[in-house]
Design a protein. Structure first.
Length: 453
């Protein structure tokens, strides 16, 4: 070993080993590297260590157990003599997995340190975010999540129902849920039960925001948010009937598939680095779906209408495609337009700095009124029944119907639920999946024909 210099930005002295050495190692790894000498006083006076082999073993074990991600590949621990005394030299290289942090503190200022002058100091939350962006690029979903204490009840149920295996680290890495160090990414954070972003929905009487009627906020995993937002909108999506002689035509205010596509696009393509909520505004004549982020750089509205797609969250889009929630890239807007092909008022799409808006118009508000004896019928006239019932059906009502069926038949499938509830495939699946998440049902056989009990 060479002669010692004074403590500075890349030199640190420790009289003896203590667990606090982890902070100094983290600080060096998160900055430009450095060297720690154990057995030297702060003044530079060499005191030595009594048992260098035992000290090196304790240091190595402490660094391995207390620092995340694994920092050992960037560490060299050697013993040598200075002034005929045993001194341990720990050489720390700048790590490639920054930010490194104390395992029991997490990615917080109390767990992340950098080297400033001759001291290890906590890094601010903003500094941690910038370091993550520098290490993992601008893509939000690729970055390491600041929150690592995550649960995935809803997501796991979704994957089980689709017979998709995510049990191994290799499979989770392939889906970009964990990084090379085995730590959760921001994509995993969005899919987790602790997802920090939300969807907010507001209902207004009339065609302006002057008369407010109702407000909801949907939290939890993005899958919970999609399901609950869709169910809420379904309650507002009335079926109206027009009768001309012996012919009757039932038309819902909004095509169910158009709502689904607008909702999925709002979730898949938003910019999650912005902390605000996605917004759904419901008026008498239209619904607005507003997501944060606007168009991805390099993509124009003209290209979007041609079917071009450049996803801001490609791993989320790939996962949704694998789950068959979206059919293929770039088809969402053309599909919505096709659903309004014969309508008077067409959907509108616009982009501004920081936001993208899709507007779906109420077909029954702009098309020729549907009347029976000159009276508009805001009811659901089912094809297999002569009864007239309100178009709005509650989750509690559907839940009771399904529980009654299970008490009789012992189990239920999505197709059977669809028949009993008189709803489409998506609405039946959403009801069953919500009952699973609420602990009322269990999936006893997954696959193409999932069975619930």
């Amino acid at each position: 070993m060479t002669d010692l210099r004074r403590e500075n930005i890349d030199i640190e002295y420790k009289l003896m080993y203590t667990s606090t050495i982890c902070k100094d190692v983290i600080a060096f790894a998160n900055t430009e590297g450095g060297t720690i000498f154990v057995g030297v006083r702060d003044t530079g006076e060499v005191a030595g260590v009594e048992d260098p082999d035992d000290t090196m073993l304790r240091i190595s074990s402490s660094l391995r157990d207390n620092i995340r991600p694994d920092i050992i590949p960037f560490i060299q621990i050697r013993s040598g003599n200075i002034e005929r005394k045993n001194v341990i030299r720990i050489t720390v290289s700048a790590g490639t997995g920054r930010p490194y942090y104390l395992a029991d503190k997490g990615l917080k200022p109390s767990g992340v340190y950098v080297r400033t002058g001759s001291a290890a100091v906590p890094l601010s939350e903003e500094g941690i975010r910038k370091m993550i962006a520098e290490s993992y690029g601008e893509s939000f979903e690729n970055r390491r999540s600041l929150e690592q204490d995550l649960t995935f009840r809803t997501f796991n149920n979704e994957m089980i129902s689709r017979d998709i295996d995510i049990s191994s680290d290799e499979k989770r890495k392939n889906l970009n849920l964990i990084d090379e160090s085995g730590l959760y990414t921001n994509l995993a954070l969005l899919l987790s039960d602790q997802c920090p972003v939300t969807i907010k929905a507001a209902v207004f009487n009339g065609t302006t925001k002057e008369h407010f009627q109702d407000r909801r906020e949907f939290t939890g995993s993005v899958f919970d948010q999609i399901r609950n937002a869709n169910e809420f909108i379904e309650l507002l999506n009335r079926t109206r009937a027009s009768v001309h002689g012996l012919l009757r035509e039932d038309i819902r205010d909004y095509p169910e598939e158009a709502i689904r596509e607008a909702l999925l696009n709002m979730v898949v393509h938003r910019y999650y680095a912005l902390s605000g909520s996605s917004i759904i505004n419901v008026y008498d004549d239209r619904m607005e779906f507003i997501s944060l982020g606007g168009l991805v750089d390099g993509l124009s509205m003209e290209a979007v209408f041609m079917g071009a797609s450049l996803s801001r969250n490609p791993h989320m889009a790939a996962l949704f495609y694998k789950m068959k929630l979206i059919e293929s890239y770039g088809t969402g807007i053309p599909k919505i337009e096709a659903l309004y092909k014969n309508c008077v008022k067409k959907p509108e799409f616009s982009s501004a700095t920081g936001a993208f808006k899709a507007v779906l118009y109420n077909r029954n508000a702009f098309n020729e009124p549907h009347r029976l004896n000159d009276t508009e019928i805001p009811y659901d006239l089912t094809a297999n029944s002569d009864s007239i019932r309100p178009a709005v059906s509650s989750y509690s009502m559907n839940k009771q119907i399904i529980m009654n069926e299970i008490s009789t038949a012992g189990e239920i499938t999505r197709k059977r639920a669809q028949e009993l509830l008189g709803v489409g495939q998506t609405a039946a699946y959403n009801t069953l999946n919500r009952m699973v998440n609420d602990g009322l049902l269990k999936i006893i056989r997954a696959g193409r024909k999932t069975v619930y009990r």
